[in-house]
Design a protein. Sequence first.
Length: 152
Amino acid sequence: MDDATKHIVWQQCAAALGMLEHAVRACPDDLWHDPAEPRFAVLVWHCLDALDRYLERVVTDFPSPEPFTSLSAAPVPLTQVPTYGRDDLLLYLAHGRRKAGAALELVGTDHPQATLAFELLVYNTRHIQHHTGQLYLILRQRGGSVPPWIGK
């Protein structure tokens, strides 16, 4: 794979992560901490856990940070996920961004997981975009401001 294609893949993955980060930062505290509506923080965690878990298949030197290590060992039903604080999830997002960057470094090399790394980056980008759309809809429905689109 040429460097231009790698660059395009990274731009789109980074943009998806950037939009997720904007959604986290734009979420009003009353929505984030609403016990009747824990969906927002759980969706954010779900995106980051999936990114972390899938990329673990190709990047093994980036273990999940605390407090996420206990949940990353096995799938957890979304109804049983604790509601994490915004700061914890922003740190987990930064971890995911670094792990995605490490996976990208494998793409186009002779590493045995290079093709899988590419596939997982594309898959996770789509997954993050899907749930970020849901988060933006929740923000809009609750009357909050919706962050701008990040093209790349």
